[in-house]
Design a binder for this molecule. Structure first.
Ligand code: COA
Ligand code: AMP
Length: 629
C-alpha cells in the first residue's frame, strides 16, 4: 500500500488501524477497543488492555528464541570500551535490578527517577522500573541540581537510581554531589537511592540511604514482569515550557509501545535483528523512544553511544561506529552533522570507513538546514530524512515513511503527516488557512496512540497549555505552513522555547534565573541564530540604578548563575547590559523584534512600540557583541 492509502485508511477507520497495530505487540489481556473518548477532550488508547513494557522490550524476544541476539551495543570512546549485551543477558540484569527495587518496597505506580549518563545501566534501570510497573522519570545529566530538585518535588519518587559520574570531553561530571544537593534542596525525600559506581569518580555513599548497584542486587530474587493497564503511566519526561516549572509529559504504556513498534518498520524501515542507532541521550525523548523502547520492542539491536560527534577523538567517530557495528539506520540532530561538517568539510574521514551497512539518516530535534541535508546526502549517498516531532508526541508527527514508500524529498520540509495525525494550519482565530499561508500548527483531536494524554499532576496546565487556544485541536507551539502537496514546513516556535544543539530550553526559565540576581532590575533572553548549535541564548540585562558593580562582573555572575541553576546544557554564555528593553505600550517585551535584529533580518517597526529609539540602543548593543554574526 502507498503512504497515501495508509494515511487515508487510518483516518477513515482509526479503530481498525490501531487495533491491527496493537496486534504486533504482546498483551496479557488484549484491549477490547483502541480509543476511549468518554472524557473528551481527554483521550486514552487501549485503556482496558493489560501488558508489560519490559516484557515487550526484552522477555518476549528471549521466549521467541532470540536470547542470543544482541539487544544493546555500548560503544564509549570516552572510556575506550565496547560492551555487547544479548537479550537473555539483558533479561537477567533487568530482572535482578527489578527484584532489588521490589524488595526495597517499590511498587507498581511508584515513581523512580533515573539520573544517569549514556551507559547500558541507564536502559537497565528504565526497563527494571517498567518491569514492576513503576513509573520512571529520566533526568538529563546536563541539568543542575536545582532542576533535579524541581523534578523530585513534582513526581515524588520513592527511589532515585544514579550513576556516580558522567564523562564529558575533558572533564568528569560527578553526579553524586549533584544528586545529594538536589535531595537536600527538595521538600520530598526519596526513600533510597541506588548508585552505579564508575571508576572515573566513585561516589561517597550515605549509609542507610544510598545503596550500591551491585550490592543491592545480591540478595534479591529476580522479579517477573507485572502486567499493567494500557493506560498505566509508563514514564514521565519533563520538558521545557514557558516558565521555570518544567512540564511533566506523561506517556501511557499501551499506546506508547504500539506506536513505537509501528514506526520501526514503517518509518525507519527496520527489521528485527538489525542495528539501529539514535545518537542522542536517554535524558531526551529521542533517547526514550529510539535508544530504548522502539528498537528493543521491535527486536532490533540498539546502539548506546557515549561520546560526541567530534573530539572523541575526531570527526570520524560516527563513521567508525557505523562500520564497527554495522549500523543500518542513524538518527541524530542536525547540529551533530554541522559539527562534523565544520571539522571535516570535505568528508575526508568518511572514506576511511566502510559505511555499506548504512541505509538511511534521520534528523530531528531542530530545523534541518538545507546545507546540512545536502552535505549529508552527498557524502553518505543514502536518503537523509528530516522528521518533525516533540517530547509531547513521543514519535514523528511528520516524516518520510521510508518503510512504506520513499516519497519525494522537499528540502526544508519534514515531509508529510504520519497516520493518525490530522495536521492543520490555523490563524489566530482558529480558522484553517490556505496552502502556503503561515500560521499556528495544530493537530485535530484526538492525537494518535503514544502521544501525551496529560501532564503529571497538572491536568489544568495540560488543558490550558495545549487544548484551550484552539478548541478541538492540540496546539503544537510551532508555526509553519503546508504546501499544495501536503508537505509541512516548520518555521518557528510561537512560545519561549528555543532549541540549542537539539536541546529544548525555555528562555522564560533563564529569565527567571537572571531576574533573581540582586543587581538585575529587568531582563530578557532571546534565541539568536548560531551556525553550529542552531540557536544560542542571549541575555539582555537592565541593572538596578544603585548598582556599584561593573557590568562585566554582573554578566559573569549571571552566566555562572544560569549554569548553576539550570545546568551546562543551557549553554548560556552571551549577555549584555542595556539601559532599557524595547516594549509595547502595554509593557510586553518585543523579543521577536530583538531576534530579527540579532539575526540581521528585516523587521517592521511594531505599531504598538512604546519608544522606537530603544531598538537603536539594542542594535548598538548587539553590534558591540558582533551581531548580526
Ligand atoms: N552531562 C553533563 N554535562 C553535559 C551533558 C551531560 N550529559 N551533556 C552536555 N553537557 C555539557 C557540555 O559538556 C557543555 O559544557 P561546557 O559548557 O562546559 O562545554 C554544555 O553542556 C553544552 O553541551 P552541548 O550543547 O552538547 O555542546 P557541546 O559543545 O558539548 O557539543 C554538539 C555540541 C553539537 C557536538 C553536541 O551538542 C551534539 O552532539 N549534539 C547532537 C546530538 C544530540 O544530543 N541531540 C539531542 C536531541 S536528538
Ligand atoms: P523536543 O520536545 O525537545 O523534541 O523539541 C520539540 C521541538 O523541536 C519542536 O516543537 C520544534 O520546535 C523543534 N523540532 C523538532 N524537530 C524538528 C524538525 N524536524 N524541524 C524543525 N523543528 C523541529
Amino acid at each position: 500500500m502507498s503512504y497515501a492509502d495508509i494515511y487515508a485508511s487510518a483516518k477513515a477507520d482509526p479503530e481498525t488501524f490501531w487495533m491491527e497495530a496493537a496486534g504486533a505487540i504482546d498483551w496479557t489481556i488484549p484491549p477490547s477497543k483502541a480509543l476511549s473518548d468518554e472524557n473528551a477532550p481527554l483521550y486514552e488508547w487501549f485503556a482496558d488492555g493489560e501488558l508489560n513494557a519490559c516484557y515487550n522490550a526484552v522477555d518476549r524476544h528471549v521466549e521467541a528464541g532470540h536470547g542470543d541476539r544482541l539487544a544493546i551495543i555500548h560503544d564509549s570512546p570516552m572510556t575506550g570500551t565496547v560492551q555487547k549485551i544479548t537479550f537473555a543477558d539483558l533479561q537477567s540484569r533487568v530482572a535482578n535490578l527489578a527484584g532489588a527495587l521490589l524488595e526495597k518496597g517499590v511498587e507498581a505506580g511508584d515513581r523512580v527517577i533515573i539520573y544517569m549518563p549514556m551507559v547500558p545501566e541507564a536502559l537497565v534501570a528504565m526497563l527494571a522500573a517498567s518491569r514492576i510497573g513503576a513509573v520512571h522519570s529520566v533526568v538529563f545529566g546536563g541539568f543542575a541540581a536545582s532542576e533535579l530538585a524541581v523534578r523530585i518535588d513534582d513526581c515524588t519518587p520513592k527511589c532515585i537510581i544514579a550513576a556516580s559520574c558522567g564523562l564529558e570531553p575533558g572533564r568528569v561530571v560527578a553526579y553524586k554531589p549533584l544528586l545529594d544537593a538536589a535531595i537536600e534542596m527538595s521538600s520530598h525525600k526519596p526513600g533510597f537511592t541506588v548508585v552505579f559506581q564508575r571508576p572515573e569518580a566513585e561516589a561517597e555513599m550515605q549509609p542507610g540511604r544510598d545503596f550500591d548497584w551491585n550490592a543491592v542486587q545480591e540478595a534479591a530474587e529476580p522479579a517477573p514482569c507485572v502486567p499493567v493497564k494500557g493506560n498505566h503511566p509508563h514514564y514521565i519526561l519533563y520538558t521545557s515550557g514557558t516558565t521555570g516549572q518544567p512540564k511533566g509529559v506523561v506517556r501511557h504504556t499501551g499506546g506508547h509501545l504500539v506506536a513505537l513498534n509501528w514506526t520501526m518498520r514503517n518509518i525507519y524501515d527496520m527489521n528485527p535483528g538489525e542495528v539501529y542507532w539514535a545518537a542522542s541521550d536517554v535524558g531526551w525523548v529521542v533517547g526514550h523512544s529510539y535508544i530504548c523502547y522502539g528498537p528493543l520492542t521491535f527486536g532490533c539491536t540498539t546502539l548506546v553511544f557515549e561520546g560526541k560527534p567530534v573530539g572523541t577523538p575526531d570527526a570520524g567517530t560516527f563513521w567508525r561506529v557505523i562500520e564497527d557495528h554495522k549500523v543500518k539506520c542513524l538518527f541524530t540532530a542536525p547540529t551533530a552533522f554541522r559539527a562534523i561538517k565544520r571539522e571535516d568539510s570535505k568528508g575526508a574521514l568518511i572514506g576511511d570507513y566502510d559505511l555499506s551497512s548504512l541505509e538511511s539518516l534521520f534528523l530531528a530535534g531542530e530545523r534541518a538546514d538545507p546545507d546540512t541535508i545536502e552535505w549529508a546526502q552527498d557524502k553518505l549517498g543514502v536518503p537523509v530524512i528530516d522528521h518533525w516531532w516533540q517530547t509531547e508526541t513521543g514519535y514523528a508527527i511528520a516524516a518520510n515513511p521510508l518503510g512504506i514508500e520513499n516519497l519525494q524529498v522537499k528540502i526544508g520540509s519534514p515531509s508529510v503527516a504520519m497516520p493518525g495525525y490530522d495536521v492543520q494550519i490555523l490563524d489566530e482565530g482558529g480558522h484553517p488557512m490556505a496552502p502556503g499561508e503561515l500560521g499556528a500548527i495544530a493537530i485535530k483531536l484526538p492525537l494518535p496512540p503514544g502521544t501525551l494524554p496529560t501532564l503529571w499532576n497538572a491536568e489544568e496546565r495540560f488543558l490550558s497549555s495545549y487544548l484551550t487556544h484552539f478548541p478541538g485541536f492540540y496546539e503544537t507551539g510551532d508555526a509553519g505552513m503546508i504546501d499544495d502537496d501536503g508537505y509541512l514546513y516548520i518555521m518557528a516556535r510561537t512560545d519561549d522555547v528555543i532549541n540549542v544543539a537539539g536541546h529544548r530550553l525555555s528562555t522564560g526559565a533563564m529569565e527567571e534565573v537572571l531576574a533573581s540576581h540582586p543587581d538585575v532590575a529587568e531582563c530578557a533572553v532571546i534565541g539568536v541564530s548560531d551556525a553550529l548549535k542552531g540557536q544560542m541564548p542571549m541575555g539582555f540585562l537592565c541593572m538596578n540604578s544603585d548598582t556599584e558593580k561593573a557590568d562585566s562582573d554582573v554578566i559573569a555572575e549571571c552566566v555562572k548563575l544560569v549554569r548553576e541553576k539550570i545546568g551546562p546544557v543551557a549553554a548560556f554564555k552571551l549577555a549584555t547590559v542595556v539601559q532599557r528593553l524595547p516594549k509595547t505600550r502595554s509593557g510586553k517585551i518585543l523579543r521577536g523584534t530583538m531576534v530579527k535584529i540579532a539575526d540581521g533580518e528585516d523587521y517592521k517597526m511594531p505599531a504598538t512600540i512604546d519608544d522606537p529609539v530603544i531598538l537603536d540602543e539594542i542594535t548598538e548593543a548587539l553590534a558591540s557583541m558582533g551581531y548580526p554574526a
